[in-house]
Design a protein around this ligand. Structure first.
Ligand code: HXC
Length: 261
């Protein structure tokens, strides 16, 4: 871990990295926080033993309550363009990370915070978590991928309802509309995300990575192109030790010993 990071750090527990964004009072995003998130993911990418990453917020109040509004207020249109593009780039790196990334939403997930959660593969919410896109209340729009990822995840109508009203929703409603996949008891979002991560860790890591890639890339392709990409990623697994091990282990009625190659 790097001493230079001020707001984002991680701990590794049994092949699961828990990345914490901790910038009191509400973990608002600014350039430094985003650079630190990017740096953490870069570092985690070099650690072969990591099988899953959980992203959460520091403190009891917020996951991430959005971009730092003070910082936004000082931007010119050109700087706003750069800010949006830069934040999108960081969140795309989370989305494309070659291991499963789970958001453990432990409190307020507003604006850019919700967009971070959307860039993760799976979202687990504390039962007290609140989700929302308040950008239009500020005369803004979700500029960190929210208009695109939310519509893909929950459908265009629900995405428009949430983004155009700016009204927040509670965790149960977020689960009902498919914005989160699991609800955890109060204070247990990281624990629940960890138990989900442990399920994924039992599986072939390259298979998990390729399946994630097929789903992600397929959403931006025609159906036919998506099927072709699936076939390529399927066939590529047959070059791996882990695929042979997984199939052999099944036939020999034993647990597979995956080694990520
Ligand atoms: C900077 C923020 C902040 C934010 C809260 N604070 N949200 N500072 N950026 N996004 C600060 C407050 O100014 C206050 O500072 C302290 O945190 C606590 O906030 P309170 O409002 O006093 O607390 P509370 O009543 O509990 O309400 C918390 C809150 C509310 C629900 C989070 O503050 C709120 O609605 N914040 C705005 C959230 C938002 O609009 N996010 C979207 C931002 S736009 P002081 O110093 O007074 O104690 C965005 C666009 C992304 O995310 C696009 C990127 C390209």
């Amino acid at each position: 871990m790097s001493d230079a990071r001020q707001f984002v750090d991680f701990r590794i527990d049994d092949r699961v990295a828990v990345v914490k964004v901790d910038r009191p009072p509400v973990n608002a995003l600014n350039r430094q926080v985003e650079d630190e998130i990017e740096g953490v993911f870069k570092e985690l990418g070099t650690l072969n033993e990591i099988g899953a990453v959980i992203v959460t917020g520091g403190g009891a109040k917020a996951f991430i309550a959005g971009a730092d509004i003070k910082m936004i207020s000082e931007k010119s249109p050109k700087e706003a363009f750069e800010m949006s593009a830069a934040t999108q780039r960081v969140l795309s790196k989370i989305e494309k990370f070659d291991r499963v990334v789970i958001a453990a939403v432990n409190g307020l997930a507003l604006g850019g915070g919700c967009e971070v959660a959307l860039a993760c593969d799976i979202r687990v919410a504390d039962e007290s978590a609140i989700f929302g896109f308040p950008e239009v209340s500020l005369g803004l729009l979700p500029g960190a991928g929210g208009t695109q990822r939310l519509a893909r995840l929950v459908g265009i109508g629900k995405a428009k309802e949430l983004i155009l009203t700016g009204d927040p929703i509670i965790a149960d409603e977020a689960k009902r509309i498919g914005l989160v996949e699991r609800i955890a008891p109060k204070g247990e979002a990281v624990a629940e995300a960890t138990s989900l991560a442990k399920r994924v860790l039992l599986r072939g890591p390259i298979a998990v990575s390729n399946a994630k890639k097929a789903i992600n890339e397929g959403t931006d392709m025609t159906f036919e192109d998506g099927l072709r990409r699936e076939t390529e990623l399927f066939a590529a697994l047959f070059e791996t030790h882990d695929m042979k091990e997984g199939v052999r282990a099944f036939l020999e009625k034993r647990k597979p010993d995956f080694v990520r190659r």
